[in-house]
Design a binder for this molecule. Structure first.
Ligand code: GDP
Length: 304
């Protein structure tokens, strides 16, 4: 848990620090305060639309509560940020969903370098520690590096990886992995895929084929299609998410590299603009640096 704190501290250094700065200079809830609040939110990558919405709703709330002092206004904004996140969906939506019986399959999508493979490695480690039998499929066959990297993670966390040579049909890798998961009673199969957004039609076809192969053998799967986004890329991450939503049915976001960024506000933009839950958060490169996303903890962390 210390690590989570540490990660949040880093992420709060800018988003949190700016919010704290705003409140340190607090005089009264005037027009200027709301303008500065909007600026702070935009700089933290909350996004223009969401920033204006938060500011407008907070204005109403402050009036309603007759909040005048720093403490009351801070509390109002904390509640606003949490409710903005939670109002978008049920709280349990933040949780990963597992099959009641038989193997669960999670598909990981996202462009190169966002931290997809690392996330799979970390999650495999966590699930294994929970006593689950975990299998990985290296279906990003476009780059030899990607296959090697997943195999490397498999060794590190002591989990089996199904792979084929570079250039193989990704759906064939998935087919073998699903067979193995079924016949050898694995609890969970995590599938790495190639996220080449350069050719959206190809990507769409490739993902559709992979999903068909899975569904044929395991009708209720994949349980999750998790899109990995790099928090440090700010608004670019949102653009990627919009594009991925067009090619496949994303069920949740893995927000990586939240440990090194000023842009923690992207969490709210993802929720408010894309209507997707953040299910996992990456707070570093090591196998233990993966956390479930807790909206309240996140928002309260900003104001510590
Ligand atoms: P992929 O191409 O999407 O599979 O991305 P990788 O898993 O190879 O990750 C790209 C780089 O980001 C690697 O150097 C990882 O160690 C690093 N990385 C991944 N997740 C995190 C994270 O949560 N925090 C930090 N600081 N680095 C990360």
């Amino acid at each position: 848990e210390q690590k989570y704190e540490h990660g949040l501290q880093k992420s709060r250094k800018t988003f949190g620090d700016k919010l704290n700065e705003l409140f340190a200079n607090f005089r009264s809830v005037d027009e200027e305060f709301f303008e500065e609040l909007e600026e702070t939110l935009i700089e933290a990558d909350v996004g223009f639309e969401t920033a204006v919405k938060i500011s407008d709703e907070l204005k109403e709330e402050v009036k309603l509560r007759n909040a005048k002092d720093k403490k009351a206004v801070t509390q109002a904004i904390i509640e606003k940020l949490v409710s903005l996140y939670e109002a978008e969906g049920k709280v349990e939506e933040n949780d990963l969903h597992f099959a009641a019986e038989g193997p669960t399959v999670f598909l990981f999508v996202g462009v190169n370098g966002v931290g997809k493979t690392t996330t799979i490695g970390k999650l495999a480690h966590r699930l294994k520690a929970e006593g689950k039998k975990v299998l990985l499929a290296a279906a990003d066959t476009f780059r030899a590096g990607a296959i090697e990297q997943l195999v490397e993670w498999g060794k590190r966390v002591d989990v089996t990886v199904v792979s084929k040579p570079e250039g193989s049909d990704p759906a064939a890798v998935v087919f073998d992995a699903v067979q193995k998961a079924k016949t050898e009673s694995y609890d969970i199969l995590l599938v790495d895929t190639a996220g080449r957004l350069q050719n959206k039609v190809n990507l769409m076809n490739e993902l559709a084929k992979i999903e068909r192969v899975i569904t044929r053998e395991l009708p209720a799967q994949p349980q999750e299609v998790l899109l990995a986004l790099d928090a440090t890329t700010g608004q670019n991450a949102l653009t990627q998410a919009k594009q991925f939503k067009e090619v496949t049915k994303v069920t949740g976001i893995v927000l990586t590299k939240l440990d090194g960024t000023a842009r923690g506000g992207i969490v709210l933009a993802i929720r408010n603009e894309l209507h997707l839950p953040v299910k996992l958060v990456g707070l570093g490169e090591k196998m233990d640096d993966l956390r479930d996303f807790e909206p309240e903890e996140f928002v309260y962390g900003l104001f510590k």
